[in-house]
Ligand binder design. Sequence first.
Ligand code: NAD
Ligand code: 6OH
Length: 491
Amino acid sequence: MQRSSRQVKLIENYIDGKFVGGKREFADVNPADGSVIAQVTEADREQVDAAVQAARRAIRGEWGQLGVRERAARLERIAHVIESRFDCLVSAEVADTGKPVSLASRLDVPRAAANFRAFADLIKSTGLESFQTEGPDGKRALNYAVRKPLGVVGIITPWNLPLLLLTWKVAPALACGNTVVVKPSEETPATATLLAEMMQQAGIPDGVYNVVHGFGPDSAGEFLTRHPDVNAVTLTGESQTGAAIMKTVAASVKPVSFELGGKNVAIVFADCDFDETVKGIAEAIFTNTGQVCLCAERVYVERAIFDRFVTALKKKAEGLIVGSPLETNTDLGPLISAQHREKVLSYYRLAREEGASLVTGGGVPEFGNSLDRGFYIQPTIYTGLKESARCVKEEIFGPVCHVAPFDSEEEAVNLANDTKYGLAASIWTTNLKRGHRVAQQMNVGITWVNCWFLRDLRTPFGGVGLSGIGREGGLHSLNFYSELNNICIRL
Ligand code: NAD
Ligand code: 6OH
């Protein structure tokens, strides 16, 4: 994948088991200091077509003949190879994203292995539904369904948790017997490419896993989603990207699964475990510098504890260490790019224009060293905005939240649901009856009570409204990545 004769590494496309270069290249930048890590080969239309055709052929080859047990064994081998090259994946992910090494080691890379194990286990143990049916003539029939692969799945992923979110889709797609062409984010091409080497090591046949690099419109992303021989498209990304892809695939009626943006809420009741809640909410706001689709950007706190809560959250935010991702005590690395930092800063400016009171942060930290070339930003808390403010309505995707008081449970529920998004909510209370009651009123795909981002890979994951279409996770993934053929036999 990477030739050393050049000044910087070259990250190439991976098509039919081979790394291939191309005509155009773009730079892969380290957000921690703005340095160029690698040049990346952009796949043109012909290369995307070659990847799709390789994936088509691979279905007809050895891969398509494997039984479930052997497919599961190969997935387990991939998990094993990921673990054996743990440090290499952590370094690549940290360099591409700027996330702290502690986070990549705790979350991203272990989850990549866990994704393959979870779907290997599931495909082995999942049964199929069957029904004894009585026809109008009183005669019986047996109905049962069999799972068949969709074919070639196009997988498009974002930059915030690159390997985690890629493997979250690749693992169930392969478990169901599909082949894949993946288009990782142009900001974070490295780990998808390293995974190609690991597929080889794990004995995955050529053409089963292909990687095409590039951008969205008029580049590899669009070429892939528009390709007539791609049978389904799964995306994690922004809501407007989901809308664009939906248009592209409409003509060929491809199934889609979309995990999109959010403007997630946290509701804090006066009866919460105060210290645990402050800690939990700080994680929900600031993890990965706020660049997790599940991060809370709207926090509603019962009025009786509002002032005390804001003071404690401010203290937590000001105690966070913003700095080099390579330092083990760093809490927050940089944002992903200069462009994304400009977007987040534009919301910091807008919050002031919209009349917010700044509790802490609001700007760019100064280090006095090479980190000043990185895309760092201060963790930021606002209060005092109107509910109609754009900063309360739009996804910012940075280390920032708005905290507002509420007076009744009903008001909190109404405020929480007053959004076009609907990905995740968290509710903080020691009254479990209330926890259940409020959780069940949330118009979202995922609600946590007294925790956040605590994941069980068998549970449904996805969002409502602008936050997505469909659910992945456990059986829901198997149902998306396979076609069910129902067979009815007269007995
Ligand atoms: P993005 O939508 O800009 O890009 C995601 C991917 O889509 C990239 O690979 C990009 O190249 C590709 N793409 C863009 N336009 C395309 C087009 N027209 N056709 C085909 N491909 C196209 O998202 P991002 O900035 O990389 O990631 C951040 C966003 O992702 C945030 O909105 C965040 O909330 C969301 N996200 C959602 C989830 C979830 O599970 N719901 C998880 C992570 C991130
Ligand atoms: C979004 O940034 C995080 C998504 C997380 C998952 O999809 C997951 O499976 O944990």
